[in-house]
Design a protein around this ligand. Structure first.
Ligand SMILES: [Zn+2]
Length: 107
């Protein structure tokens, strides 16, 4: 089952990170690493890239030594999955946050 996260859960109205528990902060840092990596590339929809991120950085108790791969989807969410275990998730409402590295195109 995919973990579906709305990034706004972690942010206040100004886009600043709210006070997080240690566990929530680990998850948050994990998610924003994925957002930065994916938004920097120009991936096709459903194309996955390797993110330089280990699966076990999501929480202290994890022993999975897999790595994360992620990509964008048609509806603008970022989907990620571990290349080794069943872990997977969907991140929504990440656009225009501090971790969105998409180049703005001005006409
Ligand atoms: Zn894993």
């Amino acid at each position: 089952m995919a973990l579906n996260v709305d990034l706004r859960t972690f942010l206040d109205e100004q886009g600043h990170v709210v006070e997080l528990t240690e566990q929530a902060e680990m998850v948050f840092l994990f998610l924003v690493s994925i957002i930065s990596a994916v938004s920097e590339k120009h991936l096709d929809v459903d194309e996955l890239m390797q993110v330089d991120l280990a699966c076990n950085t999501r929480a202290h108790h994890l022993s999975c030594s897999g790595n994360i791969e992620a990509g964008g989807s048609k509806n603008g969410t970022i989907e990620w999955q571990c290349d080794t275990c069943e872990a997977a998730g969907i991140i929504s409402h990440w656009q225009a946050t501090n971790w969105d590295k998409q180049r703005r195109v001005f006409h």
